[in-house]
Design a protein around this ligand. Sequence first.
Ligand code: UDP
Ligand code: MG
Length: 139
Amino acid sequence: MRTNRTFTMLKPDSVEKGHIGAILEKITASGFKIVAMKLTQMTTADAKEFYAIHKERPFFGELVEYMTRGPIVAAILEKDNAVEDFRTLIGATNPAEAAEGTIRKLYAASIGENAVHGSDSDENAAIEGAFHFAGREIF
Ligand code: UDP
Ligand code: MG
């Protein structure tokens, strides 16, 4: 995956609350082009692998439960400086600390159920995109 790309998930809470359309509108209005996208649901094994970096953290079990409880929207987004700009658009992990107007400030309920994922580096964006999409699903 090229380095002007990032990976996102609209997490189960966003799908449950009917926020898919509003969040995608904000993403595209902010200059991100969708180059891959699907509604999918992670298995427990998927979530444990995706979040393996957090496996020793006290919230790991809850995180896996949350991320597998219903469908997500997975997408790859393209924009100059995609990883950093998308992290700015989504805001801090804890919505109480997220800047006004950010997706987490607008749509996240708590530090655990925080509406969206955004890759934290170009390297992880490539790994995470490849985790969810086959080559022929990426445009
Ligand atoms: N998380 C949590 N409790 C915490 C920190 C994180 O439940 O104290 C969850 C939350 O859903 C977060 C995910 O674990 O988005 C991954 O954590 P990370 O620190 O990587 O935050 P992010 O990169 O998503 O902002
Ligand atoms: Mg992270």
